[in-house]
Write a protein that binds this ligand. Structure first.
Ligand code: ZN
Length: 253
């Protein structure tokens, strides 16, 4: 018996070798997938647990616009992801910027089609404002928006129920649209920021783009990690619910 085993093994091996080519053809695995589709030059932070880390979300409203491309360059250089709340009607003019946002690890958000105050609209108008914007974002980037910011911060329970996204407000208002001063934008943000903050800025103003490098540098120097809104809440956002900031690290369950 012991003497027969090697023979059997040899026979089995010979049979396999004889079958070799056919075996390989029929059982060869599908071509290896392309290397990970992770975009190159992504501004996205490495996996970060915002229940532990000092996270902050940089958010930009009212674009895309003529300065959005420059802002994306600055965000990439600073290795800082952001969240963009876009006005739908602006997208057709700057589709490449929206495509870059998605490719470079930023989060895409809706800010209605034409910056409409939700609380002045009918149910049907709200559905149109959100539907058209979602289509435009998807057409430009291949991704639908995942968060919504109501223009002027105007919302309420009656309206929130009609919004099929989390409503993202803010707790730090840089007032960048008012003073157009990069230094003041940075100063207000640094004075008011705390772990879990959502900082409001506007990418349609050049002064806000100019503020970005200094702002990110100062935030990082104070131990903050810039993240998307989704990361800020560790993906725990619910539709039709409003959020102005995330709980501070250690305060979460
Ligand atoms: Zn706005």
């Amino acid at each position: 018996m012991t003497s027969r085993l090697p023979d059997m093994a040899r026979l089995a091996l010979l049979a396999l070798l004889a079958l070799g080519p056919a075996f390989l053809v029929s059982c060869s695995p599908a071509p290896a997938p392309a290397p990970d589709a992770q975009p190159t030059g992504s501004a996205a932070s490495e996996q970060v647990d915002c229940a532990v880390a000092r996270c902050v979300a940089l958010t930009f409203d009212d674009g895309p616009g003529q300065y959005t491309g420059r802002l994306l360059d600055e965000l990439k250089a600073a290795e800082a992801p952001a969240t963009f709340f876009m006005v739908g009607k602006n997208i057709a003019k700057y589709p490449d910027a929206v495509k870059r946002m998605a490719a470079e690890g930023h989060q895409l958000g809706s800010h209605t089609w034409d910056h409409a105050d939700l609380t002045t609209l009918t149910r049907e108008q709200i559905q149109h404002e959100l539907g058209w914007t979602s289509e435009a974002v998807e057409k430009a980037s291949g991704h639908e928006p995942t968060v919504f910011r109501p223009p002027y911060g105007n919302h309420g329970a009656v309206y929130d129920r009609l919004v099929p996204y989390p409503l993202v407000l803010w707790d730090v208002d840089t007032l960048d649209w008012k003073h157009h001063d990069p230094e003041k934008t940075v100063r207000i943000a640094m004075d008011e920021v705390h772990p879990g903050s959502i900082i409001l800025m506007h990418d349609i103003h050049e002064s806000s783009v100019k503020a970005l490098p200094d702002l990110v540098e100062k935030l990082k120097a104070e131990g903050y990690t810039p993240v998307t809104v989704d990361q800020l809440f560790n993906g725990q956002l619910e539709n039709s619910t409003a959020y102005a900031s995330a709980p501070a690290p250690g305060a979460r369950k």
